[in-house]
Design a binder for this molecule. Structure first.
Ligand SMILES: [Fe+2]
Ligand SMILES: [Fe+2]
Length: 333
């Protein structure tokens, strides 16, 4: 996963040095990458730090709903694929924390912000995974939505983020396929299995559409991030692309979407869809989704249980440094 346009407060602050600002914008306009040591406007740094760290948090928290099913996967093959997928998500989180660190905020600080509830992560991971079909749905729809969001980020103006996204997108595409394959097996299975697939789609469809963030008319953030070439498409554009790509896939499975307003618009060639319940989105983002408390409790416990690993790694690094110092001293004698 998974970026989500959650915060719309920051606007680009006028830069102290407009000449530097103009040079920066010219680089961006020429599609050149901005690298960690290049001058950048403070608001660009802030926006990216927030976006990349939220993205990293989403990858890490996103391991929880699927991790819930590793011990209950129906076959060895499914278990191996799910394990690999959840490990990939952990890896995505780590790449992204590293990319965010190049902007000057430490990983400890970002993790603290997540654990204290100050930082957000994608609203989608606050929904429960009630049946095995939810694992299929997450791959098919949640990773599918993530791909839609993330492919344009491979061209983001900030070099470390863009490069991390290229590898991540390749892995997301495997995630999407393994999810769709689970759905296909269920839909070709017994009537009960097909019913389970349908119920999972009914529960996840609207929360997945919310992953693209607020509607364009409520998101003031888009202009600046578009000018900086962080964002290439608006939330509504990406949502529409996703709906257009996904609806035929659902119909191929023989499933129906829980939206009576969903229909192919002959004039535009796009699938029109119904009104999203933004009050639910706001509630989940504000911490009151079905699983927010449980997710944060699990993350905090994981962080505390892993304290000995961080301490051991630190002690090892210090020991190695001391050994190197001693070797230099000996060589200098
Ligand atoms: Fe991911
Ligand atoms: Fe994924």
């Amino acid at each position: 996963m998974y970026t989500q346009a959650l915060n719309t407060r920051d606007q680009a602050a006028p830069s102290a040095d407009s000449e530097q600002d103009a040079r920066f914008q010219a680089r961006v306009d020429a599609e050149l990458k901005i690298e960690p040591n290049d001058w950048m406007p403070e608001a660009y740094r802030r926006t990216l730090t927030r976006q990349i760290s939220q993205h990293a948090h989403s990858e890490i928290v996103g391991m929880l709903p699927e991790g819930n099913w590793i011990t209950r996967a129906p076959t060895l093959k499914r278990k191996a694929a799910l394990l690999a997928k959840v490990q990939d998500e952990g890896g995505h989180g780590l790449y992204l924390y590293s990319a965010a660190e190049t902007l000057g905020t430490s990983r400890e600080e970002m993790v603290d912000q997540l654990l204290s509830g100050k930082a957000k992560y994608s609203s989608i991971f606050n929904y429960p995974t009630l049946t095995w079909a939810d694992i299929g749905i997450i791959g098919w729809l949640v990773d599918g939505a993530a791909i839609m969001n993330q492919i344009p980020l491979c061209r983001c103006s900030y070099g470390p983020y863009a490069r991390a996204m290229i590898r991540i997108c390749k892995e997301e595409s495997f995630h999407q396929r393994q999810g769709y394959e689970i759905m296909l097996a269920l839909c070709r299975g017994t009537p009960e299995q097909k019913q389970m697939a349908q119920e999972a789609l009914n529960r996840w469809w609207w929360p997945v559409l919310m992953m693209f963030g607020p509607s364009d008319k409520d998101s003031q953030h888009t202009d600046t991030t578009t000018r900086w070439k962080i964002k290439r498409f608006t939330n509504d554009e990406l949502r529409q692309k996703f709906v257009d790509a996904t609806v035929p896939q659902g119909h191929y499975l023989g499933l129906t979407f829980p939206d009576p307003a969903l229909r192919l618009n002959e004039k535009t060639g796009h699938w029109d869809y119904g009104e999203i319940d933004w009050s639910e989105f706001k509630r989940v983002i504000a911490g009151d989704g079905p699983c927010n408390r449980q997710r944060m409790k699990q993350r905090r416990a994981a962080h505390e249980n892993g304290a000995w690993v961080r301490e051991a790694a630190l002690a090892y690094a210090e020991k190695r440094k001391a050994r190197e110092r001693a070797a230099y001293a000996e060589a200098a004698e």
